[in-house]
Design a protein around this ligand. Structure first.
Ligand code: AMP
Ligand code: MG
Length: 334
């Protein structure tokens, strides 16, 4: 039996405040998830805050139009359609995301890999839609041959992408939401906003505070019980992103497999870990690291995180009847 579920990763935002700073809170469906933008702070009318939020949503829409593999007219879809035959020139935004993805692929030993698309599609998690039967060994083997950053040529000076093998495809879904959050924050800042939160399906960046005496407090949900919070983290002028096996997953023979695929084996990760939360200076890094550490698993993931300065993480593991959380020193409560 196979079930396929789409569950929006909802991180609870605990907004208890001391004084009323006139919070404006808006949500829109963008990049395949709920995107929430909250603006707080004195010195702006509700109308001005709402207008700034509108501009931030427009910026996210622009990023979606470049990076979404679900939009056949996006820039990345154009790359996927034509980079087999010639180098395709991309925008500053797209090359910035590909550059970061390339860096993170290198430092994670290929655990994070945007050439994962053929496997994502094969396992029914991509734009080609769901599958009915588990892929055959031969199909996995064939898709694996197309995966690996060595299969693409990136010319940073010319801002071009060229595939070096026919059939290579890119999937930026593990990093694009984080970048969109960073861009939305930049837009809010350019409008003069100093206190805000942007949350794209669990990829979050907070600036300033929610009220004069309270920081933005993010609740990390129990991977199996949506309304329970496992931990809370206060965030100011930085990002936190969570990858969970509960966002999108399938069951094969009773085993839960997530939408995150190990580029080394070609198989989706089964239920260890249940979720990974990463704190970083920017949300694009936090997003990509969360996906990468999910692939690395608890031991290697924690070891890897402890060696990378400026990035902290928490890995939640499901045991028979409970969850265990492992945190890097910087993630632990002071
Ligand atoms: P996230 O929700 O940020 O963890 O991203 C998960 C998405 O990234 C999946 O739905 C895939 O589209 C893509 N993905 C899956 N496995 C990988 C991987 N190993 N490296 C990069 N992206 C991946
Ligand atoms: Mg990610």
């Amino acid at each position: 039996m196979r079930r396929h579920l789409f569950v929006i990763l909802s991180i609870f935002l605990l907004l208890s405040g001391c004084a009323n700073w006139g919070v404006v809170d808006k949500t829109r469906m963008l990049m395949g998830t709920q995107v929430q933008i909250i603006v707080s702070g004195s010195g702006f009318t509700r109308v001005a805050k709402t207008a700034a939020i509108g501009k931030a949503f427009e910026r996210i829409k622009e990023i979606e139009g470049l990076l979404s593999v679900y939009d056949a007219t996006s820039e990345i879809s154009k790359v996927n359609s034509f980079a087999d035959v010639r180098p395709i020139t991309v925008s500053d935004d797209t090359i910035r995301v590909i550059k970061k993805a390339d860096e993170i692929s290198k430092i994670t030993g290929g655990a994070f890999d945007i050439t994962i698309a053929p496997l994502v599609n094969l396992w029914g998690f991509g734009p080609r839609g769901v599958i009915l039967n588990k892929p055959k060994e031969r199909e996995i083997h064939n898709a694996l041959r197309l995966v690996g950053m060595r299969n693409i040529k990136i010319d940073y000076a010319r801002k071009t992408i060229r595939f070096l093998r026919s059939g290579v495809r890119l999937d930026l879904s593990g990093i694009a939401k984080g970048y969109a959050v960073d861009c939305a924050i930049e837009t809010l800042k350019s409008e003069g906003i100093k206190n805000a939160l942007v949350n794209a399906g669990g990829d979050i960046y907070c600036i300033g505070k929610v009220s004069p005496c309270r920081q933005w407090r993010i609740g990390i949900q129990n991977p199996r019980h949506k309304n329970e919070i496992i931990d809370t983290v206060d965030i100011e002028d930085s990002a936190i992103a969570t990858s969970g096996d509960y966002e999108r997953f399938s069951f094969y023979s009773g085993v839960r497999v997530s939408h995150i695929i190990d580029p080394r084996t070609g198989e989706p990760k089964s239920s260890v870990p249940a979720s990974v939360s990463i704190k970083a200076a920017d949300c694009m890094t936090a997003d990509a690291f969360a996906t990468a550490v999910f692939v690395l698993g608890p031991d290697k993931g924690l070891d890897f995180l402890s060696k990378v300065a400026s990035v902290e993480g928490m890995i939640i593991i499901e045991k028979k009847d409970r969850f265990e959380a492992y945190r890097t020193d910087g993630f632990k409560k002071k």
